[in-house]
Design a protein around this ligand. Structure first.
Ligand code: VGL
Ligand code: ZN
Length: 224
């Protein structure tokens, strides 16, 4: 077991963007309750790097219900982006986080925090019109990776704290990919909220099956 002092920790803040906050296009209930715990984590001395993922879709993205003239929050089979004979199941969402819009911007408190830190990095994702991208590391079909794996590798990061929105989609995918990279993810329950409460409980179980450590509060991280 590596001693805490030998580890380099990063904080991955997933999709804390206006469209996911209360009143946004794809609002997550009680989303703003995560802001104080995230601030606490931003002040934790062992965090050496901050990566904020930003869901950034082109108009008429494949994940938008409007693109398929279907109702949002239903599942739909869409063609695999490079195997046209195969289909993947896609949850259809209201239009959200369209690049360049106010809704795609970070919550102002997160924006401020990122501006203040020299070690903060913004990671756009979901940019390919033909495939959704839940994870901060890659699109859902693993066609291409974001800047995040290289950034963490170059900075010799050994452990990541994963927080943000939404527990049952992008936080889950990001924590599981982090585990696949051997990055020992820690997920902070008070710093994440989900689209669906039951799915979020299930997501936390799946993340822990992949080796993620689930803790309650920012204080639990500071005590690790
Ligand atoms: C997300 C649905 C669609 C998320 C992003 O950030 O969890 N969920 N796009
Ligand atoms: Zn999205």
């Amino acid at each position: 077991m590596m001693a805490g002092g030998d580890e380099n920790w990063a904080l991955i803040i997933v999709d804390v963007q206006n469209d996911f906050m209360e009143g946004g296009a794809l609002q997550v209930s009680q989303a703003s309750t995560i802001l104080d715990p995230i601030d606490e984590l931003l002040n934790a001395p062992r965090i050496r790097l901050v990566a904020a993922t930003q869901d950034t879709h082109p108009p008429a993205h494949l994940s938008f219900a409007s693109t398929h003239s279907k109702p949002p929050f239903t599942r739909h089979n869409v063609p695999h982006p490079c195997l046209p004979s195969e289909h993947i199941e896609q949850m259809l969402w209201p239009d959200h986080c369209v690049r360049g819009t106010e809704g795609s911007q970070f919550h102002p408190r997160i924006q401020q925090a990122l501006k203040r830190r020299a070690d903060a990095h913004i990671i756009p994702k979901g940019t390919n019109i033909k495939v959704d991208g839940y994870s901060g590391f890659a699109d859902n079909a693993y066609l291409s990776f974001t800047e995040l794996p290289r950034l963490l590798f170059e900075n010799r990061i050994t452990r990541v704290v994963v927080v943000g929105l939404a527990t049952d989609y992008c936080v889950k995918a990001t924590a599981i990919d982090a585990a696949k990279f051997g990055l020992k993810p820690v997920v902070v329950r008070q710093a994440t909220r989900g689209v669906d409460e039951q799915d979020s409980q299930q997501a936390l179980r799946e993340m822990s099956q992949y080796g993620a450590e689930i803790v309650h509060s920012a204080k639990d991280v500071i005590a690790l």
